[in-house]
Design a protein around this ligand. Structure first.
Ligand SMILES: [Zn+2]
Ligand SMILES: [Zn+2]
Length: 243
């Protein structure tokens, strides 16, 4: 299984750096996770977005969701696809997007809200969901394929079941919005907290993401590595990782 980072910025994009978006691929299966601003463009460097097998939007905050709107136009007014695109969203988000776009949205997407613990198969990839500790309903995700596994924290504080969801995973892709003890928002993680969760979950590799654009990534790596003995990396656009 491969992870391609489309974008990894915290709350806003900067030049050449989209907000949250990731592509998971295994054999012929492509799962797009989070559609932050700029990720539809970045995805087109890798593949035709109409050919993804599913899109997961972790939550409604714009740094994770807004490119679903240009994607809707891409599917509706471009070459399209023969069947609606499976779209997994947290509770309430399907209705909110439809309200914004109009009913044509329902024809382009097959929207569903996975229950906690539900196991969903997309091609050769198995998806398992949990809820993040965030200010709005937010999905966390564990993906498994070919005997390998990755868990994505989405935006979260320390109060989620992330340790259990990520237990024994090869890779934990965890948000690390902040550094040091400075935590202006409770529903996010510091690099140290991400490292502690990686240790508790017993993962092999930790990839930090969703850093505030003003932070020095090397400092985040240093802080996470003090709490976690495995590999630590920072997600950057274009990064490709074999899980
Ligand atoms: Zn965010
Ligand atoms: Zn958020």
């Amino acid at each position: 299984m491969q992870l391609w980072v489309l974008g990894a910025n915290g709350p806003y994009p900067t030049a050449g750096r989209p907000t949250a978006g990731y592509l998971l691929t295994h054999d012929e299966t492509h799962v797009w996770v989070d559609a932050g601003s700029g990720t539809l463009l970045a995805l087109q460097d890798l593949m035709d977005p109409a050919d993804v097998d599913a899109l997961v939007i972790s939550h409604r905050h714009v740094d994770h969701s807004v490119d679903v709107f240009p994607l809707y136009h891409y599917l509706r007014f471009g070459a399209g696809r023969p069947d609606p695109l499976p779209l997994f969203v947290p509770e309430g988000l399907g209705g909110q997007i439809t309200e914004y776009t109009g009913t044509g949205f329902a024809a382009a997407f097959d929207v569903s809200t996975p229950a906690v613990g539900a196991v969903i198969t997309v091609g050769s990839v198995t998806l398992r969901f949990s809820h993040a500790d965030h200010s709005v309903p937010t999905l966390q995700l564990r993906a498994e394929a070919g005997g390998r596994s990755i868990t994505y924290s989405a935006d979260t504080g320390t109060g989620s079941d992330l340790v259990r969801l990520a237990a024994g995973c090869n890779t934990l892709l965890a948000e690390a919005s902040f550094q040091g003890r400075d935590k202006p928002a409770a529903h996010h993680l510091t690099a140290t907290e991400a490292g502690e969760i990686a240790t508790q979950a017993g993962v092999e590799r930790l990839i930090l993401t969703h850093l505030m654009p003003s932070l020095d990534p090397q400092q985040s790596i240093k802080e996470a590595a003090a709490a976690f003995g495995g590999d630590v990396m920072v997600a950057t656009p274009g990064l490709e990782v074999l899980i």
